[in-house]
Ligand binder design. Structure first.
Ligand SMILES: NC(=O)c1ccc[n+]([C@@H]2O[C@H](COP(=O)([O-])OP(=O)(O)OC[C@H]3O[C@@H](n4cnc5c(N)ncnc54)[C@H](OP(=O)(O)O)[C@@H]3O)[C@@H](O)[C@H]2O)c1
Length: 174
């Protein structure tokens, strides 16, 4: 080390070497941070700030989406056919995520006429800015398709095709 102190040229080389080493270390850390550490996917930043609407909110997949979106900071419009289930879900989400706002919307895609439920959707879409839609209302019966009674096929089409398609169309128009 003394030899380096005594020779200015060697000192300059040593300082340059240290700087280079620091630069390479920082580049390495930057690479690890950018490519090797998972940062998640910031949906709210990408699509928001806005509200997320979830059809089939009271079902298995819908409820999972509700919690995931609430944890990302989205305000929620919970769409379902059963008022009691919707109220329970709203209360349950609020106990965990008390900073977000929640609206519930009762729609039965099999029983309400398209005119009726489109009006309900229009009303909520005027009230809040819905920018993210999860369409998972479904009326499957967990049996083989050839065993479905006719009425169930009609219900399936009304919910998954008519209901979800008109919901998508209406919200895209907003
Ligand atoms: N889970 C799976 O592994 C899986 C795999 C492939 C496809 N899928 C499909 O994905 C969709 C959702 O699956 P899931 O497991 O979450 O089903 P789920 O638990 O049965 O939930 C269905 C949701 O749709 C709602 N719904 C049913 N009929 C309705 C109607 N007439 N009007 C409005 N809402 C209605 C239900 O409301 P209620 O709570 O009031 O019943 C519930 O919120 C279904 O179409 C299913 O077939 C599921």
């Amino acid at each position: 080390m003394d030899i380096i102190k005594e020779h200015p040229v060697l000192s300059a080389f040593a300082a340059y070497g240290l700087l280079k080493l620091g630069q390479i270390t920082l580049q390495g850390l930057g690479f690890v941070w950018k490519y090797l550490i998972p940062h998640g996917y910031d949906l709210l930043n990408r699509y928001g700030p806005c509200w997320a609407a979830i059809t089939g909110a009271t079902g298995g997949i819908g409820t999972a989406y509700c919690y995931a979106l609430a944890s990302s900071g989205f305000n929620l419009v919970l769409i379902g056919r059963n008022e009691k289930k919707l109220a329970e879900l709203e209360a349950s989400i609020k106990t965990r995520y008390n900073k977000i706002e929640i609206r519930t919307l009762q729609i039965d895609f099999a029983k309400d006429s398209p005119n009726e439920f489109v009006k309900k959707l229009e009303a909520i879409a005027e009230e809040v800015d819905i920018g993210f839609l999860v369409n998972v209302a479904g009326a499957g019966h967990g049996i083989e398709y050839q065993l479905y009674p006719y009425e169930s096929i009609e219900e399936l089409i009304n919910v998954t095709v008519i209901g979800n398609s008109l919901t998508t169309r209406l919200l895209l128009q907003q």
